[in-house]
Ligand binder design. Structure first.
Ligand code: TTJ
Length: 637
């Protein structure tokens, strides 16, 4: 270490050592998720510059060696000496823990928020990182290795005096990360979201790892209005307008866009400083309050509802797609996972902005107002019918003592941790599965024919559906407000369908039901897809099973390709006898299971996956399957 490095600097290095010792504390995990957070952290710094009004383009490139370059056209991180630290400001940003958020002061920052940990954390977790600043006709550069500066900030050349901005390239450290390969789709999804939330900002994403480099650009002048249009693209809107409200109250910047479609589920997403808040919080409470109050006032005033009647919030939000985005200087996150916004001024701000502007919109657009109120009334009627049906079943089960569905072949073990339930398509496959199963721990629930598409049915119809009732009672958890995961009777819920298009469709219908009504089961990893074999190869009385085409090739290469092979392509589970079904798909020692996962960070995309696959519009669906062929097959929602 050179003499110029004083006591402060030594402390700084220890700070970054701490990041390398416990990376999980700073970026959540060292899995693929943590890896991708590195990119978001750097990009968020550039987004802050865009929010401040000085940057309109961010360019992100993944290189062949999995290093990533982020370039913005902002003012450039200051290169002058920071007097408190005695080193250039840019060096402070990259070598002092938590320096990022405070830097520059004032304004709204998306970095340093919920995931925001500062650029120094990215630096500490990279084998190397290089920053270049373009300012006043010069290029300044500094390089770091595992967080340590290799030389003092220096001028490395001239640039166009008009050009300003910051360029950062970093290479994630394989000593830290279990996974060091970036997924272009994951990054693109997040960039699309950022671009929707930051109107006017253009984000260009490039992947140089393929022979033909890929490039995708995201740029939405309409901001979150276009986000709502995107989320509704495979649905049928109830009216043309996308309602948009914007304002600033108590230092909270509020932006809301919304539109109803003809579906029966709500599809709203809250964001605080560009970060998704799946747990909700004060901003969502404020939005809901304003919606409920304004619609009820309007409906009463215009005699659209009877004296003494009122619309519930849930009924008004049936089929609603909305984005609620707030920017706030000092967000406070609460709750177990620290994901729920707690600032009370955010509630008041959203409530006021939406309340005032929605009232005006309804007065000026009575036709749209009427459509929404009528939809709410229909929802109310269906909800009443559903509640009556539910109360009836509740009363019945109280009398009879929670009887399990008749078609269920339950297992003997009573410890849910050991138990599995197979949801099997069709009575005949269900029969084989009942014979094949290990009765101690495996339960079988055969489901008949096509499963109800919950995206296209109202609550009353859903609760009346025999298949759905059977699943709810078998799982034991209840649904919606009654949902209680501690009552789950099987820790593995395994969907077993034919390995063909119909089977995939049925699996998707079942997943849609679970996602809409019991999302915790998916979030906590209880849901699986069984993978039946595609081929049976028989050779000299020996049997081999192949689960993919490639596997079949591999087996044939190993055992030899001559007239002694008998190859059967399985078209459905029904073609297997019980013993084969056990060997290939149910025996815990030999079967292949795929756990269904979902990334909460991009839950708006999960929703789009379902509505695209399940909705009525054919075009967007085809497009989706083509773009995401692998994902559809993996069903990794
Ligand atoms: C700070 O206040 C004075 C003017 O410059 C402000 C600033 O730091 N701007 C800024 C930072 N623009 N871009 C960045 C940035 C860009 C990347 C890609 C990475 C990082 C860590 C910062």
């Amino acid at each position: 270490m050179s003499a110029e490095y004083g006591a402060d600097q030594i402390q700084i290095l220890e700070g970054l050592e701490a990041v390398r010792k416990r990376p999980g504390m700073y970026i959540g995990s060292t899995s693929a998720r943590g890896l991708h957070h590195l990119v978001y952290e750097i990009v968020d710094n550039a987004v802050d510059e865009a929010l401040a009004g000085y940057c309109d383009t961010i360019d992100v490139t993944i290189h062949k060696d999995n290093s990533v370059t982020v370039i913005d056209n902002g003012r450039g991180i200051p290169v002058g000496i920071n007097h408190k630290a005695g080193i250039p400001a840019v060096e402070v940003v990259f070598t002092i823990l938590h320096a990022g958020g405070k830097f520059g002061g004032g304004g709204y920052k998306v970095s340093g928020g919920l995931h925001g940990v500062g650029a120094s954390v990215v630096n500490a977790l990279s084998t190397w990182l290089e920053v270049t600043i373009f300012t006043e006709g010069k290029m300044y550069r500094q390089r770091y290795e595992r967080g340590k500066a290799m030389y003092k900030l220096k001028v490395v050349g001239d640039c166009d005096p008009e050009r300003t901005g910051t360029m950062v390239t970093f290479h994630p450290d394989p000593e830290i990360f279990e996974e060091t390969v970036f997924d272009f789709d994951t990054l693109k999804q997040r960039f699309r979201e950022i671009a929707f939330l930051t109107k006017g900002l253009k984000i260009i994403a490039r992947d140089e790892r393929t022979e033909e480099p890929k490039e995708k650009s995201f740029h939405y002048e309409g901001g979150i209005r276009e986000f709502v249009a995107y989320l509704n693209k495979s649905k049928t809107p109830l009216y043309e307008d996308i309602l948009y409200f914007e304002g600033m109250k108590e230092n909270v910047m509020v932006e809301v866009a919304m539109q109803h479609n003809d579906s029966y589920t709500e599809n709203s997403y809250g964001f605080v400083n560009n970060i998704n808040t799946p747990e909700g919080g004060t901003h969502i409470v404020g939005f809901r309050n304003a919606l409920t109050k304004t619609f009820n006032d309007y409906a009463k005033k215009n005699k659209l509802i009877k004296e003494g009647e009122s619309l519930s919030g849930e009924d008004i939000r049936e089929g609603l797609t909305a984005i609620i985005s707030v920017k706030i200087e000092d967000p406070q996150f609460e709750g177990q996972t620290k994901q729920k916004l707690g600032n009370s001024e955010a509630r008041r701000a959203v409530d006021n902005v939406v309340g005032d502007q929605l009232e005006i919109f309804l007065e000026q657009n009575p036709a749209v107002a009427k459509i929404i109120v009528e939809k709410s009334l229909l929802s109310q009627r269906a909800r009443d019918a559903a509640r009556k049906a539910r109360e009836l079943t509740r009363r019945k089960s109280a009398l009879e003592g929670m009887s399990l569905p008749g078609k269920l072949a339950d297992c003997m073990d009573k410890d849910p941790r050991n138990c599995e339930i197979y949801l099997v398509e069709g009575d005949s496959a269900g029969g084989s599965a009942k014979t094949a199963r290990s009765r101690a721990t495996q339960a079988i629930l055969p489901l008949r024919g096509k499963i109800l598409n919950v995206e296209k049915a109202r609550l009353d119809k859903i609760y009346a559906n025999a298949e759905i009732k059977a699943m709810i009672t078998a799982f034991g958890t209840g649904i919606h407000d009654d949902f209680d995961i501690t009552k789950l009777r099987y820790h593995k819920i395994i969907i077993m369908t034919d390995a063909d298009v119909d089977g995939a469709h049925i699996a998707t219908l079942l997943l849609t039901f679970l996602y809409r009504f019991m999302p915790e089961l998916i979030k906590q990893g209880h849901v699986y897809l069984a993978k039946p074999p595609l081929f049976k190869i028989e050779r000299n009385k020996k049997i081999y099973y192949a689960y993919t085409e490639q596997e079949q090739e591999q087996i044939l290469n190993e055992i030899g390709r001559d007239g002694n092979n008998r190859i059967q392509r399985y078209k459905g589970l029904g073609e297997m006898d019980a013993e084969q079904l056990w060997e290939t798909t149910m025996d815990p020692e030999r079967r292949v299971l795929m756990r269904v996962t979902m990334d909460e960070e991009t839950s708006s995309e999960v929703d789009l996956t379902f509505t695209t696959l399940m909705g009525d519009k054919v075009e967007p669906r085809r497009e989706f399957i083509e773009e995401n062929a692998n994902k559809v097959i993996d069903l990794d929602i």
